[in-house]
Structure formats: structure tokens, C-alpha cells
Design a protein around this ligand. Structure first.
Ligand SMILES: Nc1ncnc2c1ncn2[C@@H]1O[C@H](COP(=O)(O)OP(=O)(O)O)[C@@H](O)[C@H]1O
Ligand SMILES: [Mg+2]
Length: 270
């Protein structure tokens, strides 16, 4: 059975696609068989990343370790059972097709509440939720008292995860390991950073997630997208000069993240 990693957050721009690309590439480069699905059928960031990667490999005559991407195939509506949802079928077919040939399946979710995203959350062995360091984004996890900072109630997204957990428990599946990752951290705004840290700490105990070291705001996390590459691929395309201090730090952040995910059978060595 493949271990399923879902990257989700109902907020757009949180870093889901960025985190998905980096985790999947890191696992592929460590020799694991990785399947990938893109549930953002509108933006298709992962599909674009994979196409860009294929083009780069062809141009340079390279065979980089890569995730195996699969589109959600269209289905013949007439084959649906009574009350069966077309999206559910498309997702389960794609997962089933990848399952046999993958150690891990990384699923990138859209930044909104969709049927696909909801069902994907119930499939998650590991759920990774990237979060910008902003209380506007924190509000997607829980509502807090504006004066005291105390947590008042979980948000719709946290409730959706809670529901997914309940369904998994009923089906006898192992619990979701939910991980919240702070993304695009900057060198400034220390007071906000500290406040966010405290709020996340408290919330992690309340609604049951782990927090892990996050990604800082770094150009290297985004500039290689048109070539379908990550910082881990640079050496293979003959780029050595770009290994500046920020890139070395980015590699360390990615390493720390993958370690912190505690994925089965993964010894982080990159
Ligand atoms: N750690 C980071 N450093 C720099 N840019 C980032 C970082 N994380 C995300 N970005 C950029 O932020 C934007 C939103 O990220 P994206 O991964 O597309 O979010 P989502 O998939 O959640 O909508 C993109 O332009 C992406 O390149
Ligand atoms: Mg995205």
C-alpha cells in the first residue's frame, strides 16, 4: 500500500503546490517511487510543473528522478452507480492506478472547499497544511479572540479534517498525522512571528496537529518552476554557481521538513 500525503489548506497562496513539488521531488530523488495527483483542476500547478520538468529533461537529455504524475481521467457518466459521485470515482481510479506502482502518493489540493479535496482528506495518512505567517490565514484553522488571543472555535477547515478523521476511524484506518508548516517566514516581524508561534502551539494541542520547521521566503522555492526543477535538481542540470547561502539554507529547510514528516521507510539523505 502506498503512503498517501495530502497537502491541503482551503486558503489559496498558502504554499500547497510549492510544498507538494518539493516533498515529491525530494522523495523521488531519494529513490522512492512517488505518484502525484493535482486536484486543483483549474490552476493545475502540479501538472504544469511536471510538464515543465519533462521539457527540461528532454532539452538537456537528462533522466531526473521524478514523480509519476497522473491526470484525473474523465469517466463515462453512464457507468456511475445510483448516487455515485463522478469526482469520487475519478479520484479513486487515479489513486488505485498509482497505488500499485508507488511508495508514496502526493496529492495537491485546491485552495477552496471542493468535493475532491474533501474526499482526498479522508485518504490522507499524512496531511500537510502550509500556512502563511498571518492571522488572516490562521483564521482558516481557528478563530481567536481579538483582545486576548485565546482560541474561540475551530474553523470550517479544521472541522473538515476532524470529520475526515472520524470517517477514517469508522473505517478502521490509521489516524491522519496532521502537520502544520509555517511558510514564507521572513526575517522581520518578530513580534507577529512569536504571536503566531504561541497561537499555533496552543491550537496544535486543541485540535491535534504537529507543527514542524517551515520554509522561509526564498526565491529558490519559486524561480525554478518554469523549468520544472527544485533546488535539489540544480547540480544535475549543471548549475553550481547558484548554491549561495540562501539556497543551502533552503535545502536544509527542505531536509528538516522531510525528516519531521516521519514517513515510513524514509532515511533523509540529501
Ligand atoms: N517559501 C516560499 N518562498 C518564496 N515563495 C514562495 C514560498 N512558498 C510559496 N511561494 C510563492 O507563493 C505563491 C503561492 O504559492 P503556491 O504554492 O502556489 O500556493 P497554493 O498552492 O497554496 O495556492 C507562489 O507564487 C509561490 O511561488
Ligand atoms: Mg496550488
Amino acid at each position: 500500500m502506498a503512503h498517501i500525503i495530502v497537502v491541503g489548506n482551503e486558503k489559496g497562496g498558502a504554499g500547497k503546490s510549492t510544498v507538494s513539488m518539493h516533498i515529491a521531488t525530494a522523495l523521488a530523488r531519494m529513490g522512492h517511487r512517488v505518484g502525484m495527483l493535482d486536484l486543483d483542476l483549474r490552476q493545475k500547478t502540479i501538472a504544469r510543473f511536471i510538464a515543465n520538468r519533462a521539457a527540461t529533461m528532454q532539452r538537456h537529455g537528462l533522466d531526473l528522478p521524478s514523480p509519476a504524475f497522473r491526470d484525473l481521467a474523465e469517466i463515462d457518466q453512464s457507468t456511475l452507480g445510483p448516487g455515485e459521485n463522478a469526482y469520487d470515482r475519478r479520484l479513486s481510479q487515479a489513486v488505485a492506478a498509482l497505488e500499485a506502482e508507488s511508495d508514496f502518493i502526493v496529492i495537491d489540493c485546491p485552495g477552496s472547499h471542493t468535493r475532491l479535496s474533501q474526499v482526498a482528506h479522508t485518504l490522507a495518512d499524512t496531511l500537510v497544511t502550509p500556512l502563511n505567517d498571518s492571522f488572516v490565514d490562521f483564521d482558516l484553522l481557528a478563530h481567536i479572540d481579538g483582545e486576548t488571543g485565546a482560541i474561540k472555535s475551530p474553523s470550517v477547515y479544521s472541522e473538515m479534517v476532524w470529520h475526515a478523521r472520524k470517517l477514517r476511524a469508522q473505517a478502521g484506518l490509521k489516524p491522519i498525522d496532521w502537520i502544520v508548516l509555517r511558510n514564507r517566514l521572513g526575517a522581520q516581524a518578530m513580534i507577529n512571528k512569536e504571536k503566531m508561534g504561541k497561537a499555533l502551539d496552543e491550537l496544535s494541542r486543541r485540535i491535534g496537529f504537529r507543527t514542524v520547521p517551515g520554509f522561509n521566503e526564498r526565491v529558490i522555492f519559486r524561480e525554478l518552476f518554469p523549468r520544472g526543477l527544485t533546488l535539489l535538481d540544480l547540480r544535475d542540470v549543471g548549475v553550481v554557481g547558484q548554491m549561495n547561502i540562501s539556497n543551502v539554507a533552503a535545502r536544509q529547510e527542505l531536509r528538516d521538513l522531510v525528516k519531521a514528516l516521519r514517513l515510513p521507510g524514509v532515511e533523509v539523505d540529501f
